[in-house]
Design a protein around this ligand. Structure first.
Ligand code: ASP
Length: 493
């Protein structure tokens, strides 16, 4: 029998995972409650309840309706740290009360139970990313042998990253201004969204992470201790150290230089082989991740936020057509369909993991092997891009900021929209390439133009879905720039 190519297997896994996840989706009206009695720990599964109420220490109550499973669990996670919660729930017109609750969770299904398989796949990719970046950057920088060239590549890469990010957020703002998703939200949906998530107070949770100073950011690129940078996965510091180390190799004696380059080059080849082995598992990992995400996703919310989702997806599509395609064609001098076909594995992994960092080894592999970008350029541009270039995230933040402003009836003038562009470019530099960080950085953007940060409660329910989509743009942007820089350098030869 003919072997099915890996990319087809991954696509198949995506589709089958989505079907499997929807067949075995989590019941939204069932809750598993663990609680303590005098002697033992007990577990009860409640089904088809119509009312659910928390009673707080000061006797205030917080009521939830039957479809608000996610909010109930989040409320528990957030408040049980600070106080003992009591609950009452109503089934068949009968009220029941439970106290001493230890945990409240959803009932797992076979689709959510296989998530650990997906998590293991993400871990396998993530642990390869850092050693791969180090080995390929050291070899790359050492074989560049020219500091001027390195400076030129660095400047060009950084400029392209910043320009594409600024365009991305502008597209986001424009699309949201034209579609006006915030005004299409009915008054009842608006209230429902605000009520169901208000208790989560996402803004105050996020607030702790938003201190961002450009100067500190630049200073922080220089590691105090490279081993600390490695153990904490600080990609910019790792890039800095590896490039410096690689360039310095060119200044030592020939035998020693060759020895070091050989060692790192063999390490890089080995790591790429490891990526290949891990990718054999990709169909299973992708299947598990998609199945668990779909099974766990509250689909009812999609219809409420459909215009907002549509605006983000349309913006991402426009960005690909009007920014990436010209970069690929005119700066990269490369066939657009060949580019996308070469990148499809990386895109599928970005979509299923929602993490540019975990996808990095696959992105590097696709860019080097399929687009023929030399290692010294991809090894430099891609890790840097995964860390500071997030077009998809910036675009989404633009749409989200305007959407929230529309819902709250705040008119954003030109000055405010420009402030959003500026802050979002900075925020995208500071956004870690892992799932869900984009929404946290959004708080900083909202504050910069005085939009109530609680507004993120409106969109948090569909964040995972949009995170999957924006991560595809994040890695495509890095790859298109790597290609453009490589072609530019080639023409200089
Ligand atoms: N998940 C995105 C990434 O890793 C970041 C974000 O937008 O939350 O690229």
């Amino acid at each position: 029998m003919k072997k099915i190519p890996l990319h087809l297997k991954i696509m198949l896994a995506l589709i089958l995972g989505a079907i499997f996840g929807s067949l075995f989706s989590v019941d939204t009206n069932t809750l598993v409650i663990n609680y303590k009695t005098k002697q033992t720990e007990k577990k009860i599964v409640i089904k088809n309840w119509t009312e659910f109420t928390y009673i707080l220490n000061d006797s205030t109550i917080k009521k939830f309706q039957s479809k608000e499973q996610n909010s109930i669990i989040k409320f528990f996670e957030k408040n049980s740290k600070y106080q003992e919660l009591k609950i009452t729930y109503k089934i068949n017109n009968e009220y029941n009360t439970i106290s001493n609750i230890i945990n409240i969770s959803k009932k797992t299904t076979i689709a959510t139970a296989i998530r650990p398989l997906g998590d293991m796949f993400i871990r396998l990719l993530s642990f390869l990313a850092i050693p791969l970046v180090i080995a390929s950057l050291i070899v790359g920088a050492a074989s560049l042998g020219d500091i001027k060239k390195l400076g030129r590549i660095g400047l060009k890469t950084f400029t392209l990253f910043m320009v594409t990010t600024a365009i991305a957020i502008t597209i986001g703002i424009l699309v949201a201004n034209i579609i006006r998703p915030g005004e299409k939200l009915s008054e009842t949906s608006k209230q429902q969204l605000i009520n169901s998530t208000q208790s989560l107070n996402p803004a105050s949770d996020a607030m702790q992470n938003i201190d961002f100073s450009l100067i500190d950011f630049v200073v922080d690129i220089v590691p105090k201790n490279p081993f600390n940078a490695l153990s904490t996965g600080n990609m910019l510091q790792i890039v800095f150290f590896s490039v410096f180390f690689g360039v310095s190799i060119t200044f030592i004696s020939i035998e020693k230089r060759e020895l070091l380059i050989n060692v790192f080059s063999s390490a890089s080849d080995t790591l790429i082989k490891m990526v290949g082995f891990v990718m054999e598992l990709a169909p299973y990992g992708v299947f598990a991740l998609i199945a668990a995400t779909v099974a766990d996703f509250g689909f009812e919310i999609i219809s409420t936020l459909i215009w907002y989702i549509f605006a983000v997806l349309l913006g991402l599509f426009f960005h690909a057509v009007f920014v990436y395609m010209p970069i690929i064609k005119f700066m990269g001098k490369y066939d657009i369909s060949k580019f996308y076909s070469g990148m499809k594995n990386a895109m599928a992994i970005a979509f299923s993991t929602s993490s540019s960092a975990a996808t990095l080894p696959v992105t590097m592999d696709c860019v080097e092997r399929n687009l023929n970008v030399p290692k010294n350029i991809s090894g430099f541009v891609l890790p840097l891009g995964a860390t500071i270039n997030m077009d998809g995230t910036a675009l989404y933040q633009g749409v989200a900021a305007v959407f929230i402003a529309q819902v709250y009836g705040i008119d954003l003038g030109l000055g405010e929209q420009l402030t959003i562009v500026f802050t979002a470019v900075l925020a995208s530099i500071g956004t870690a390439p892992v799932p869900g960080v984009g929404i946290i950085m959004l708080v900083m953007i909202l504050q910069s133009v005085h939009i109530p940060p609680e507004g993120i409660a409106l969109i948090i329910g569909v964040d995972r879905l949009l995170d999957m989509a924006r991560t595809i743009n994040n890695i495509t942007g890095d790859s298109a720039v790597a290609l453009a820089v490589a072609t530019g350098e080639q023409s200089k030869k």
